[in-house]
Design a protein around this ligand. Structure first.
Ligand code: NAD
Length: 359
């Protein structure tokens, strides 16, 4: 277990207390973000992810387990480092928005590998937006051209402001150029970013948004092989942070862009199925981002290279975000205790515990 990682607060003396599980609600997650500060929290989550990517080989890794429907996907994302186990439940339903529901919602759990007892249950809808943005910015810090200041942000939905603020905090960008097919999304994003220290430019087309941008983030939601960026839109020397293509049959980039790019991925067995590279030959060379972060492989080759972070979201990022939140929640007291594990005084007397409760 991480040295800075407190042991479960669940292991108190009284049997009724020892199985109470810390739970971070949406309200407490929001309090935590405001207590720590949004930019600081994004930077700290990126730091934890970076540390865990450096010790990539100590994690059990598996492509996430999807359940597809015509409307979207529900996924389970498990991993473990031998001490702590974590999983996230997450959905992706692009049509939800029309019914006033979010495209992506999530919650997650950590457990002690030695007892199997959960040690944290947390909301992860906000936390997914935070960790996705932190991951994107961390990748860009290793791959984007030196001194990049301008980012195009295509798709101005729920993830977008988190992306903008993370790239400011972690990569030092000062300008975002926004585009969305729905002008209300762009207006919302621009209004939300006011006061966050960024120059925000609302654009009339995707082509206009990428003008002068050294970084292009695509975070659109559409359950199809979409072409948010065409080949002629992407010039030499840019970094593409492709966030929205994350499921079979759901991509954002023209295939020709991929053929001109140096492609960096999280976990190839998952990205080959879900990422932009599902459009390519299964043998097409890609670099695993952890190897760049660990200093084993080069990132950006030169000023003219097009680097592409083919982001789909991987379990180690959620594990990192959950361990970070657990430490902060315990330190601040911003959690509730949930009675979700039956824990009789005599471990073999589960039935007796049930009967005594009715007496
Ligand atoms: P959202 O539905 O809130 O926002 C998506 C936005 O994209 C909407 O405003 C929509 O109008 C816009 N859009 C759709 N088609 C477009 C087009 N052709 N051009 C421009 N804009 C377009 O979704 P969200 O929660 O912001 O998520 C965005 C995407 O990121 C989703 O596809 C989601 O699955 C994905 N995602 C990926 C990760 C990851 O780790 N890679 C994590 C979270 C979410």
């Amino acid at each position: 277990m991480n040295a800075s990682f407190p042991m479960p607060v669940t292991h108190a003396a009284a049997p009724s207390e020892k199985a109470l599980i810390p739970f971070v609600s949406v309200a407490n997650m929001m309090r935590l973000v405001h207590r720590i500060g949004l930019e600081a929290m994004l930077a700290e989550i990126a730091e934890v992810i970076e540390g865990n990517f450096r010790r990539w080989e100590s994690f059990d890794k598996t492509a996430r387990i999807p359940a597809h429907s015509p409307e979207g996907v529900i996924e389970l994302m498990p991993t473990s480092d031998g001490e702590v186990y974590g999983f996230k439940y997450v959905n992706g339903h692009p049509r939800n928005m029309r019914a006033g529901l979010q495209t992506v919602t999530a919650f997650g759990l950590l457990a002690d590998m030695h007892t199997g007892y959960p040690v944290l249950l947390s909301e992860m809808t906000l936390l997914t937006a935070l960790r996705t943005a932190a991951m994107s910015a961390l990748a860009a810090r290793h791959l984007a051209p030196q001194g990049a200041k301008v980012m195009a942000l295509i798709g101005n939905g729920a993830q977008s402001e988190f992306q903008a603020v993370a790239f400011k905090a972690i990569c030092g960008i000062d300008t975002v150029r926004l585009w969305d097919i729905d002008p209300r999304a762009t207006a919302k994003c621009a209004a939300n970013l006011a006061g966050h220290g960024l120059r925000v430019v609302a654009c009339a087309t995707a082509e206009e948004a990428i003008l002068g941008a050294q970084i292009i983030t695509t975070a659109t939601a559409d359950k199809r092989l979409a072409t948010i960026l065409t080949d002629n839109m992407v010039g030499a020397g840019v970094h593409i942070n492709a966030v929205g293509g994350d499921s079979p049959g759901k991509t954002e980039l023209a295939r020709d862009i991929l053929l001109r790019s140096d492609i960096f991925v999280e976990f190839p067995p998952q990205t080959r199925i879900e990422g932009e590279i599902q459009q390519l030959d299964p043998e097409h060379p890609v670099t695993e981002l952890w190897e760049v972060i660990a200093g084993r492989k080069p990132g950006r080759r030169d000023d003219r290279a097009i680097t592409l972070f083919d982001s789909v979201g991987f379990a180690v990022e959620d594990f990192s975000a959950l361990t970070y939140v657990r430490e902060k929640a315990v330190a601040t007291g911003l959690y509730d205790l949930l009675d979700m594990i039956a824990d009789p005084d005599d471990p073999r007397d589960l039935f007796g515990m049930l009967m005594r409760a009715g007496a």
